[in-house]
Design a binder for this molecule. Structure first.
Ligand SMILES: [Zn+2]
Length: 86
């Protein structure tokens, strides 16, 4: 069950609450009683699990075409060597 951090905008009281994802966010501050609690998105237990996203971006350079000579000779693409003309 994730832990959410809240801060009261009325008295700056901070608290953490374990809630289900489907639970409604807390509103009433236990310290001053005002309905001024705001959920903090940078909670300590909030981690991005973006390993798949990272792999995708890391693979991008390999997809680049092989470099070709400015003369138009491209051995990697044709499978044949270049005939150098002097
Ligand atoms: Zn408060």
């Amino acid at each position: 069950m994730p832990t959410y951090s809240y801060r009261c905008e009325a008295c700056q009281h901070e608290l953490e609450a374990k809630q289900k994802m489907s639970d409604a966010p807390l509103q009433t501050c236990p310290a001053c009683g005002a309905a001024a609690l705001k959920k903090q998105l940078n909670g300590a237990n909030f981690h991005l699990k973006g390993s798949g996203w990272y792999k995708q971006s890391a693979k991008a350079p390999d997809a680049a075409p092989p470099p070709c000579a400015s003369s138009g000779c491209c051995p990697a693409a044709s499978g044949a060597g270049c005939a150098t003309s002097e």
